[in-house]
Write a protein that binds this ligand. Structure first.
Ligand code: ATP
Ligand code: MG
Length: 294
């Protein structure tokens, strides 16, 4: 898919890109927001976030966000750099626990159960809510061992044959198997960037997660590798709930069914992707998707 594809090619009727002009009164516009525009809840949600605030020491990064993650759906998080997309995504599998100064308040549930209790083991949670990062990060291990890592830790295979089966099926589902089947013992780092990212996706799905979080998974990839990952995201949606952060509105338009627009730590607007891109309700959302924020 060419990166020169415009939003309008994907969703006809989306507003034309405007000249980049700085909006001076963003703060005033933000202060005027009372809650989020659009419907933040879904029926039978996979995850529910209520009144979530996040602080780094004294500095607040997320303000009072309510949002559901639906089953078998891709939700895209978009917004200007520094608006809190990664911080928000990391709340969903307690990756913010790894940042000592970070504090999360409010309620976050998975299948109705609070994930932030002391009884909840974060390692087990992260097997259920897996994460794919911006930069592919294969372990310094073979292709096979990268994918086998999680199943081994969590004791998912009773014997070598079962482990082989998990590794091969995960590589197949990640669309990588045919490219690597003759060299499963080669280091994961010997693969191309796009292959490494698919390896990381195979590693994530090998432990049978229920939710997959992706933080700009294609930003280091060329358009062909990006298109492959996007196809994969669409296929994975059959079995998983997926939340993806992206700087590409074209990507959000192509892969997601709902889109959430963040600005300076607030969830400004959320809705069906088509509606957000063709008929944004909030001025800030419209400014962003028409390119007015430089
Ligand atoms: N580890 C950290 N320590 C302190 N402040 C942080 C940390 N991580 C993020 N922040 C602050 O939290 C705010 C939100 O950052 P975050 O990384 O979530 O934004 P983002 O929307 O993902 O941005 P980008 O699009 O550039 O990735 C920013 O003001 C940032 O400086
Ligand atoms: Mg980020």
């Amino acid at each position: 898919m060419s990166t020169s594809t415009t939003l309008n090619d994907i969703i006809p009727g989306s507003p034309a890109i405007q000249e980049s002009t700085k909006v001076d009164d963003v703060t005033a516009m933000l202060d005027s927001i009372e809650g989020t525009v659009g419907t933040t809840r879904v029926e039978n949600p996979k995850m529910e976030m209520r009144e979530v605030d996040v602080f780094y020491a004294d500095k607040q990064a997320i303000y009072d966000v309510d949002l559901d993650v639906a089953r078998n759906e891709v939700i895209a998080m978009i917004g200007p750099s520094g608006c809190g997309k990664s911080t928000f995504l990391r709340c969903l599998n307690r990756m913010n626990d790894t940042i000592p100064i970070c504090r999360v308040t409010g309620s976050i549930t998975l299948d109705g159960v609070d994930i932030n209790t002391r009884e909840q083991d974060p390692v087990l949670l992260r097997a259920r809510v897996g994460m794919v990062f911006q930069k592919p990060n294969p372990f310094a291990k073979s292709i096979f061992d990268n994918v086998a890592y999680g199943p081994r830790i969590h004791g998912l295979a009773a014997n070598r044959a079962e482990l082989d089966e998990i590794v091969i099926s995960s590589l197949k589902r990640a669309g990588l198997y045919d490219e690597v089947k003759s060299r499963l013992d080669a280091p994961g780092t010997s693969l191309s960037g796009g292959q490494q990212q698919r390896l990381c996706i195979a590693r994530t799905i090998a432990v049978n997660p229920e939710v997959i979080l992706m933080d700009e998974p294609c930003s280091a990839l060329d358009p062909i590798a990006t298109a492959r990952i996007e196809e994969l995201i669409d296929e994975l949606r059959e079995n998983y709930a997926i939340a993806i952060v992206t700087h590409s509105m074209q990507q959000a338009a192509r892969v997601s069914q709902r889109t959430a627009y963040f600005h300076l730590g607030k969830l400004v607007e959320v809705g069906k992707t088509n509606d957000i891109f063709t008929n944004p309700q909030h001025d800030l959302t419209e400014n962003y998707i028409t390119g007015r924020f430089g």
